[in-house]
Ligand binder design. Structure first.
Ligand SMILES: Cc1cc2nc3c(=O)[nH]c(=O)nc-3n(C[C@H](O)[C@H](O)[C@H](O)COP(=O)(O)OP(=O)(O)OC[C@H]3O[C@@H](n4cnc5c(N)ncnc54)[C@H](O)[C@@H]3O)c2cc1C
Length: 576
C-alpha cells in the first residue's frame, strides 16, 4: 500500500536548517505549498534544540567578518570551501538580527544592551551569542511558533527512506517515507526537496547527537549516486560524561567552559596529564584534548568506567555550583559531584564536518535536491568551531528556502520512476522477510569497531580491519530481520533502518580516512602525523556507483585567501 501526496517544496528535518528553510520559502512565495517531514516531533527532535553554548557572529566592535572568517579557515585546517565559509560568517549577522527581530528570540545582553558574546575555543574573539546555556531551546521554540503560525504542512514522525528519481533520469521527483505512527509508506512528490536530516555520528560507542539522527540523509544521497565530501572529518568533543554502559547519559556533553574556567583533567592514577601533550594544557583545542585523553585511555591509565576524570573543586564548590548549575545537576543525576568531587569523562563523537557536496546556494548536482545544515559538506573543512554549527544550519537553511522557492516557481513536478519506487519499498521492508534476530548486538559491534579503529586515533591497519568488519556486519544485518507483527511504532524496524544507514556511512568514513594520508583537524593518522602541504591541500569526495564505493581527492580552491596569508592584514585596525 502506497499513499501518494504532492507538494511544491518538501523539507526533510525540522532542526535549525529545516525550519529556517520553511519560513524563508513561505516568505519568498506564499503561494507555494511547503511541507516539512521529520522523523521526530516538531520542536522536540534533532540537535539544534540541544545547542548549549551558542551562535558565532561577528557583531561586536573589535571583531570583524574577516576575523571570524580567518578563524573558520584556520580552524578548518585550510580545507573549508572558502565561499561557503564567507557566506556563513557574513550571513550569520543577518540571521541573528532576523532571529531577534522577526523570530522573537532573546539572547543574553551586556549592561549597555548589546548582545553578550562568550569565549569559545579556537576563536580570536569572544563572539558566541547565547541564551544562558540553553541557546538551542530558545531558537527552536521560537522557530516552531513561527512555523505553526503559517500554513506550512507538517508530516511529523515521518521517516524519509529514499530519494526517488524522476522518469527523466536527470532530476529528483520526490521522497519515499515511512509514517512511523502507523507503518504505512508514503510517496511525497515535490518540485524541490531539502535534505536537512542533520548527519549525526551516532555510530561511535560514545556520542552526543539526539537519538533520531542516524545519517539517513547522507545514506540516501550516497545511494542516489551523489558525492559526499570530507567524510573522514568526525569531531570528538573531549569531555562526554561517562556514567557506565546502561544509561543514555553516557556520552552527553560536559561543556567546554569547564576546562576554560580552569577545570583539570586527571588520569586513573590521579595524575594531571594534559601538560605532557600540549603547552596550553586543558585549554588546548577539542581535537588535541580528545587525542590526549584517548592516549591515556589506551595506555590503561583509566577510571573505573574506562575514561579519565575532570576536577573542578579547586575552583571553589560554591563558585562551580553557581557558574555551572546545569552541568552540576547533570552530573548529580548520574551520581557524580562536579562541584567538589571527580567526574568520569571520555571523548564523544559530536558532529560530522563532511556531508553532501553542494553549491553556495545549497543546490546539488541532482536537479531538485538542495541540502543545508549538518547534512551539507564544505563550510567547516577539517574541523568545526564551537558555535559555527547552529550558524551554519540557520544561514544555509534560509538560503535554501529562498533558492527552493525560486526553483519551484520555475519548474513543474516531475513524474517519478515507478520501478525505483517499487525497489525502494522492497528495500525498506527487507527486514520483515528475514528471520528475526538481535539487532542490538549488531549495533554494539558497530559502535565498538568504529570507536576502536575509526575514532580519535587512526592508522591504515585499523582502518582496513574496520572495513573488513563493516562488510561482515552488513552481510549479517541483511540476513537478520525483525518480527513482522504490528508496524505502528515498530521501533525495532526503525532500529534496523537506523543501523543500515549508520553502516553505509561508516564505510564511507573509514574509506575516506584511509584515503587521507595526513593529519588535519579532527582526522589524525598515527602513521601520517604531519598535516601535509597546505598549499597543495585536497579534500576527499566519496561516491557510490553501481554498488561500488570510491573515494577521490579534489584540490582545495583558495578563492579568498591562500595558506600563509590572511585577509586581516589588508583590513584597517579593528575599532578600539
Ligand atoms: C549536545 C550538543 C550541543 C551542541 N552545541 C552547539 C553549540 O553550542 N553551538 C553550535 O553552533 N552547535 C552546537 N551543536 C551542533 C548543532 O546542534 C548542529 O550543528 C545543528 O543544530 C544541526 O542542525 P540541523 O538543522 O542540520 O540538524 P538537527 O537540528 O539535528 O535536525 C535534524 C532533523 O532531521 C530529522 N531527521 C533525521 N533523520 C530523518 C529522516 N530519515 N527523515 C526525516 N527527518 C529526519 C530529525 O528528526 C530532526 O528534525 C551541538 C550539538 C549537540 C549534539
Amino acid at each position: 500500500m502506497l499513499e501518494r501526496l504532492k507538494t511544491d517544496i518538501l523539507i526533510l528535518g525540522c532542526g535549525g536548517a529545516g525550519l529556517f528553510a520553511a519560513l524563508h520559502a513561505h516568505q519568498a512565495n506564499p503561494a507555494l505549498q511547503v511541507t516539512i517531514a521529520s522523523k521526530g516531533l516538531l520542536g522536540k527532535c534533532g540537535c539544534t534544540r540541544m545547542v548549549q553554548g551558542g551562535y558565532n557572529v561577528a557583531l561586536h566592535p573589535g571583531d570583524s567578518l574577516e576575523r571570524h572568517f580567518m578563524d573558520t579557515i584556520e580552524g578548518g585546517g585550510w580545507l573549508p570551501h572558502q565561499e561557503m565559509a564567507w557566506t556563513l560568517v557574513s550571513k550569520a549577522v543577518e540571521r541573528v538580527h532576523e532571529l531577534e527581530n522577526e523570530i522573537g528570540c532573546f539572547f543574553d545582553r551586556n549592561p549597555d544592551g548589546t548582545l553578550h558574546g562568550k569565549a569559545f575555543a579556537g576563536q580570536t574573539f569572544d563572539r558566541t551569542v547565547h541564551k544562558g546555556d540553553l541557546t538551542g531551546i530558545e531558537i527552536i521554540n521560537r522557530l516552531m511558533e513561527q512555523v505553526r503560525a503559517r500554513p506550512i504542512q507538517r508530516l511529523e514522525e515521518h521517516r524519509a527512506v529514499a530519494l526517488i528519481p524522476a522518469r527523466d533520469g536527470k532530476s529528483l521527483a520526490g521522497v519515499l517515507l515511512v509514517d512511523i505512527a502507523n507503518g504505512l509508506l508514503r510517496l511525497v512528490v515535490a518540485k524541490a526537496v531539502l535534505l536537512a536530516t542533520g548527519g549525526g555520528p551516532t555510530m561511535y560507542r560514545y556520542h552526543t547527537p539526539s537519538g533520531d539522527k542516524s545519517m539517513d540523509g547522507l545514506a540516501m544521497a550516497l545511494r542516489a549516486g551523489l558525492p559526499l565530501r570530507d567524510m573522514e572529518m568526525v569531531q570528538f568533543h573531549p569531555t562526554g560524561l561517562l556514567a557506565g554502559p546502561d544509561t543514555r547519559m553516557t556520552g552527553t556533553v560536559l561543556e567546554e567552559g569547564l576546562r576554560g574556567a580552569g577545570g583539570q583533567l586527571l588520569n586513573g592514577a590521579l595524575e594531571r596529564f594534559m601538560g605532557n601533550y600540549d603547552a596550553r594544557g586543558e585549554r588546548a583545542t577539542r581535537d588535541v584534548v580528545a587525542r590526549a585523553i584517548y592516549a591515556e585511555i589506551r595506555a590503561g591509565r583509566t577510571t573505573p568506567h574506562g575514561g579519565v576524570y575532570i576536577k573542578m573543586g579547586h575552583l571553589g564548590p560554591a563558585n562551580v555550583r553557581r557558574q555551572f548549575k546545569g552541568m552540576v545537576e547533570r552530573c548529580a543525576d548520574c551520581g557524580f559531584d562536579l562541584a567538589s568531587g571527580l567526574v568520569e569523562v571520555v571523548p564523544t563523537a559530536h558532529y560530522i564536518m563532511g556531508g553532501l557536496l553542494c553549491r553556495v546556494d545549497t543546490s546539488t548536482e541532482l536537479a531538485g535536491l538542495f541540502v543545508a545544515g549538518e547534512d551539507s559538506g564544505g563550510a567547516h573543512g577539517a574541523n568545526r568551531l564551537g558555535g559555527n554549527g547552529v550558524a551554519n544550519s540557520t544561514v544555509f537553511g534560509g538560503i535554501a528556502g529562498d533558492a527552493m522557492a525560486q526553483f519551484a516557481a520555475d519548474t513543474p513536478h516531475r513524474p517519478p520512476d515507478e520501478a525505483a519506487i517499487g525497489a525502494e519499498m522492497a528495500r525498506a521492508q527487507h527486514p520483515f522477510r528475514q528471520p528475526a534476530g538481535d539487532i542490538n548486538r549488531l549495533r554494539e559491534r558497530l559502535l565498538a569497531l568504529m570507536w576502536e579503529d575509526v575514532g580519535v586515533l587512526r592508522d591504515a591497519l585499523g582502518l582496513r580491519r574496520a572495513l573488513g568488519k563493516l562488510a561482515t556486519l552488513e552481510e549479517e544485518l541483511l540476513s537478520t530481520g525483525v518480527p513482522d507483527g504490528e508496524r505502528a511504532f515498530n521501533l525495532t524496524w526503525h532500529d534496523w533502518l537506523n543501523l543500515r544507514s549508520l553502516l553505509e556511512i561508516s564505510k564511507v568514513i573509514a574509506l575516506a580516512a584511509l584515503k587521507r594520508d595526513n593529519s588535519r583537524g579532527a582526522h589524525y593518522r598515527e602513521d601520517y602525523p604531519e598535516q601535509g602541504d597546505l598549499a597543495g591541500s585536497t579534500f576527499t569526495v566519496a561516491r557510490q556507483q553501481n554498488g561500488r564505493l570510491e573515494v577521490m581527492e579534489e584540490p582545495v580552491e583558495f578563492t579568498i585567501v591562500k595558506p600563509g596569508s590572511s585577509i586581516l592584514n589588508s583590513q584597517p585596525d579593528p575599532a578600539p
